[in-house]
Ligand binder design. Structure first.
Ligand code: SF4
Length: 326
């Protein structure tokens, strides 16, 4: 792409009403990650961006888009940029492996590939990219393994196996196999009084988390369907609590001022939060004006529950003997 065409694209991108300066910061992180890989070679490696990859050899009608493909040395890198921060995505055991198969099918005959590195860059959640490197043969074996399963699923045969992967499925809200899984709370009916064990508490909480998000998805689904006029047994849509707003804010406030209402009554003067001010000032000015002179203090966040798979270090209020003596 020529530089003028590129600049025009950026300009158009910035004109979009959804554009925020913060986006450039995050895409910069993604770019830096790719540069870190490409600059690691003594020659220019092969790079392809936004490449449609066909893996229908393994999964009927299977295709996807590879955000960035790099081939250097004997490694094929499949890099995925995730701007969202709702669901943390790991490169390990990720369906992205199918894209890697597609990338190998596309470029494998031109390059001597021995390893495949799958990467997820999710800068709004993690400062480090999630990387998963495997020998090419492992990927190809996995491809052969999923081939018959994918064919069966495509033909509407085979078993429904609910799991983490369901969150990407279009049928996730009304899939019976998934719904059956949530009725498994009945398992806990067998628990003996008087107190449930720590293991049981952990297991109930884990199941409960999944149920809570499923219930939310069900509610959204019922609301959408009911608004379309469909009848869902036991539920209907009603008008929520209304709100009031000014017909014309400027005119209304002008009228209030003329009528003798003091400005102090009309406006709240609220200082911007540190995060908002950093965004307004830019990182450099924020550091020199606020952080370096010591006007900003950092306090740890409120303790919050997370599953053991969470990458953050566990914290506790327990004070050890060493701390006591200090
Ligand atoms: S929601 Fe149902 S159909 Fe979709 S992946 Fe899960 S088990 Fe399979």
């Amino acid at each position: 792409m020529g530089i003028r065409k590129f600049n025009n694209r950026i300009k158009k991108f910035k004109e979009n009403e959804l554009f925020q300066d913060e986006m450039l910061k995050h895409t910069e992180t993604y770019l830096e990650y790719i540069q870190g890989i490409t600059h690691g070679f003594s020659y220019a490696p092969f790079v392809a961006v936004e490449k449609k990859l066909d893996f229908s050899t393994y999964v009927p009608e299977g295709f996807g888009t590879g955000d960035c493909i790099v081939i250097g040395g004997s490694t094929l890198y499949v890099i995925d940029f995730k701007y969202g921060k709702g669901v943390p995505v790991s490169a390990e055991e990720n369906p992205q492996m199918k894209l890697a198969l597609g990338a190998y099918l596309e470029y494998g005959f031109l390059h001597n590939i021995e390893h495949v590195q799958m990467v997820v860059v999710q800068p709004r959640l993690f400062s480090d990219a999630s990387e998963y490197k495997i020998p090419l043969q492992e990927l190809l074996d996995w491809g052969e393994e999923i081939k018959p399963i994918a064919r069966k699923a495509f033909e509407g045969e085979g078993e429904f196996v609910p799991g983490e992967h369901c969150k990407f499925c279009k049928a996730k809200v009304t899939c019976r196999a998934r719904a059956d899984q949530f009725t498994a709370l009945d398992d806990f009916k067998q628990m003996k009084p008087p107190l449930i064990s720590d293991e049981e508490v952990g297991a109930i909480l884990e199941k409960g988390e999944h149920i809570a998000s499923w219930i939310k998805a069900l509610k959204d689904h019922v609301l959408k369907e009911s608004l379309k006029g469909k009848e869902i047994t036991g539920w209907k849509v009603v008008a929520g609590r209304g709100s009031r707003s000014y017909v014309d804010l400027d005119k209304a406030f002008q009228h209030l001022t003329i009528s003798g209402i003091d400005e102090a009554v009309l406006y709240d003067r609220v200082p911007l939060t540190v995060a908002k001010l950093e965004k307004e000032l830019g990182a450099k000015e924020y550091r020199s004006l606020l952080e370096e002179p010591g006007h900003v203090q950092k306090s740890p966040g409120k303790p919050t529950l997370a599953p053991t798979s969470d990458k953050r270090e566990a914290v506790t209020n327990d004070v050890d003997a060493k701390d006591d003596f200090q």
